[in-house]
Design a protein around this ligand. Structure first.
Ligand SMILES: NC(=O)c1ccc[n+]([C@@H]2O[C@H](COP(=O)([O-])OP(=O)(O)OC[C@H]3O[C@@H](n4cnc5c(N)ncnc54)[C@H](O)[C@@H]3O)[C@@H](O)[C@H]2O)c1
Ligand SMILES: N[C@H](C(=O)O)[C@H](O)COP(=O)(O)O
Length: 332
């Protein structure tokens, strides 16, 4: 079997097109199709001085990706693209590429989708409410989703994703904790092939609430949810103080960390592995991985963007495809 990946090139003014052109310079053990405007890709290749022969995607038998060429599913941009300069008129194009990738995976024309970064702000400026791929994929596949970032020997999963900090405490409900942990546990077992995974759960408050003296969410919400899940056999630690649970000596004891909000877990992970990590969406009926960084507008077209995380995202997608192919119960 030759795994078939589709890559969305993300925000056209950002480094997404650069990453696609850079990745195309090597042989890869999969078929690769980039969903993007082919003029944007050829212009970016020219700017970077990298050789690239674009081919049009066709329904022929799968073939391994070969250096210097790239199969493209062409989606036209609405306005010409200048590297580094956002244009809200191209927001619909960005979402169109995601819709095509979801469609390709849902209909089994592709085995997984890998996403280059989008710019959340410019999509909202186009009048489209958008908080991130994770939430968008969840809505379009009608599935619950969990954000996981992996890197630096850590897997960090999130109870809440792109939520203003002021709204986090109200979102920490027993129902949410239970639902997310069940998905994480299921996917660790079936997609990562980890037997009886150990998940370390962070508290919400400093020092996990200090026995209720620094906040009560741990006692009132998190502990009862964990206790209920432990009855089903899940191996859960916590709620633990978030400031010490990332202690390198303790990290070896868990397979995954579950934090309550975005910046409780991701700064530590990105400090350990920025540019080499991967973002994986759990809980979906399809496989989706992504880079661990954003659009880096100032680097677009300069040749200074590091494609390390894009390569990690491709490798992670291939690992998940292999594990899922061997284990049909991995499908959510
Ligand atoms: N997967 C995604 O779609 C994704 C992920 C994170 C951020 N974003 C979005 O990207 C936009 C910009 O976010 P930001 O400025 O906070 O983060 P950013 O990751 O774009 O940039 C942070 C810093 O890292 C550098 N950097 C980022 N990627 C790099 C690479 N591949 N090689 C070398 N240096 C790199 C940048 O130059 C900058 O100095 C925001 O709209 C944000 O929401 C999207
Ligand atoms: N939270 C992610 C990060 O910090 O890398 C990023 O915003 C991308 O999220 P989506 O995959 O939901 O777009």
């Amino acid at each position: 079997m030759i795994p078939k990946l589709v890559i969305t090139a993300g925000e056209p003014a950002g480094i997404g097109p650069d990453l696609c052109v850079q990745i195309a310079q090597q042989n890869l053990p999969c078929q690769l199709t980039v969903i993007a405007d082919h003029h944007v890709l050829s212009q970016r290749a020219e700017k970077l001085g990298l050789p690239l022969r674009l081919t049009t995607v066709n329904g022929n038998e799968a073939a391994f990706h070969r250096a210097g060429q790239l199969s493209v599913m062409h989606i036209p941009v609405a306005k010409p693209v200048v590297a580094g300069q956002l244009d809200s008129e191209n927001a619909h194009y960005v979402l169109h590429t995601l819709q095509q990738a979801i469609e390709a995976c849902s209909t089994h024309q592709a085995d997984a989708m890998v996403t280059a970064p989008v710019h959340k702000g410019i999509i909202n400026e186009a009048g489209i409410p958008f908080t991130g791929h994770t939430e968008y994929l969840s809505a379009l596949t009608n599935s619950p989703a969990v954000m996981m970032l992996a890197g630096g020997d850590m897997r960090v999963t999130l109870a809440t994703t792109h939520l203003p900090l002021k709204d986090v405490p109200a979102a920490i409900t027993a129902e949410r904790i239970e639902k997310k942990l069940r998905i994480i546990y299921h996917d660790l077992v079936t997609r990562f092939l980890i037997e009886n995974p150990c998940i370390a759960v962070a508290g919400l408050n400093p020092h996990a609430g200090e026995s209720g003296h620094l906040g009560r969410e741990e006692i009132d919400v998190i502990m009862p949810a964990l206790e209920k899940l432990r009855q089903t056999g899940m191996h859960l630690l916590g709620p633990l103080p978030a400031d010490t649970l990332f202690n390198p000596a303790k990290l070896k004891e868990y397979d995954c960390i579950f934090v309550m909000y975005h910046d409780q877990g991701l700064p530590t992970l990105k400090h350990a592995s920025f540019g080499q990590g991967v973002n994986i969406t759990l809980g979906l009926p399809i496989i989706r991985t992504s880079v661990d960084h954003g659009t880096a507008l100032e680097l677009a077209g300069t040749g200074q963007a590091d494609a390390g995380s894009m390569l990690t995202a491709i490798e992670a997608a291939l690992m998940l495809v292999k594990n899922t192919y061997n284990n049909p119960s991995a499908i959510n």
